[in-house]
Design a protein around this ligand. Structure first.
Ligand code: IPM
Ligand code: MG
Length: 352
């Protein structure tokens, strides 16, 4: 039986993961597929219980699993710990690195009934359908970092190997082939050497994909274009840090960061998580939007298990509940009534 490691983590992670599990179990009940779901500790919750953000049995289970479903990690309670022990640097990043999850895939698509939830004008966002391929195990996040004493200074090294750049570009080109065949590679080649290297490799990889139109944008321009005329984008590929920033920005095109799902892949194996954080301000109040996690679970069915019909069912159910008017607090307009996390999960199950 395929194994799924379930890591609720911190904050709203503990509330949104049960909703995603509810939806997964409902969808699988109607099929002949059975999964073995097992829960493990991660993040601040793991620090509190076993004094480390990434316990060794969690890491082992993740290595052993076919897929990992993660809620979110982090929170103010652990922000005063040394950086390396905190949930982000102590758990999430080592997990990505240890499992070699180098390809982070974040689709941004507008849900018609949420157009008015976007902070941008309807005519700007109505046709948005793009996906960002973010390199996830290299660059500034993983380069050498440290402090100097005299004079006081701090550094983070931005380094990329050819191999790291090539493999994420290959995946982005392949994804473009199955879409509108437009790939935009985002860099800062007017300033950074690593970006000039990235651009050379992108141009070289492009030779294998003559039917895909490759363009290059500087990251500052890409940020501007994403709010000016987002429809122009089909697939975007970029390095780790730029991808982090651009995907938060792009999430608002679809109404809320509470809608942005994410898959971090190495081959068929993947870690699936919402792109938002642990939202400590609303944690424990049944206010969080579970839809990004539910959509991440659909990505898991699609990418790791090739269960396309089941993934489609979940995605259609999400569209249906939105069309029916269900809105969590992040999606309501002034005067509208919000449903809670659990009610949203129940509505998706009912809509299946
Ligand atoms: C994300 C998050 C993480 C990142 C943080 C929590 C370390 O912002 O997945 O986008 O920067 O990668
Ligand atoms: Mg981010």
């Amino acid at each position: 039986m395929p194994k799924i490691a379930v890591l609720p983590g911190d904050g709203i992670g503990k509330e949104i993961i049960p909703e995603a599990l509810k939806v997964l179990k409902a969808v699988l009940a109607g099929s002949r597929y059975r999964f073995d779901f097992q829960e493990f500790l991660i993040g601040g919750t793991a620090i509190d219980e076993v004094e480390t953000a990434l316990p060794s049995d969690t890491l082992r289970a993740c290595k052993d699993a076919d897929a990992i479903l993660l809620g979110s990690v982090g929170g103010p309670k652990w922000d005063t710990l040394p950086a390396i022990k905190r949930p982000e640097l102590g758990a999430l990043l080592p997990l990505r690195k240890e499992l070699n999850l180098y390809a982070n895939i974040r689709p941004v698509k507008v849900f018609p009934s949420l157009i008015s939830a976007s902070t941008l004008k309807e005519e700007i966002v109505k046709n948005v359908d793009l996906v960002v391929f973010r390199e996830l195990t290299g660059g500034l996040y993983f380069g050498d970092k440290g402090r100097n004493d005299n004079p006081p200074a701090a550094y983070d090294v931005l380094i990329y190997s050819e191999e790291e750049i090539r493999r994420i570009l290959e995946l982005a080109f392949q994804a473009s082939q199955g879409r509108r065949k437009k790939l935009c590679s985002v860099d800062k080649a007017n300033v950074l050497e690593s970006s000039r290297f990235w651009r050379e490799i992108a141009t070289d990889v492009a030779k294998q994909y003559p039917e895909v139109e490759l363009t290059h944008l500087y990251v500052d321009n890409a940020a501007m274009q994403l709010v000016r005329y987002p429809e122009q984008f089909d697939v975007i590929v970029t390095e780790n840090m730029f991808g982090d920033i651009l995907t938060d920005l792009a999430s608002m095109l679809s109404g809320s960061i509470g809608m942005l799902s994410s898959a971090s892949m190495c081959g068929k194996k993947g870690l699936f998580e919402p792109a938002h954080g642990s939202a400590p301000d609303i944690a424990g109040q049944n206010k969080a939007n579970p839809l990004a996690t539910i959509l991440s679970a659909a990505m898991m069915l699609r990418y790791t298990f090739d269960l396309h019909a089941e993934a489609d069912r979940i995605e259609r159910a999400v569209i249906k509940v939105l069309d029916q008017g269900y809105r969590t607090a992040d999606l309501v307009k002034p005067g509208e009534k919000a449903v809670g996390t659990k009610e949203m999960g129940d509505a998706v199950v009912a809509a299946l």
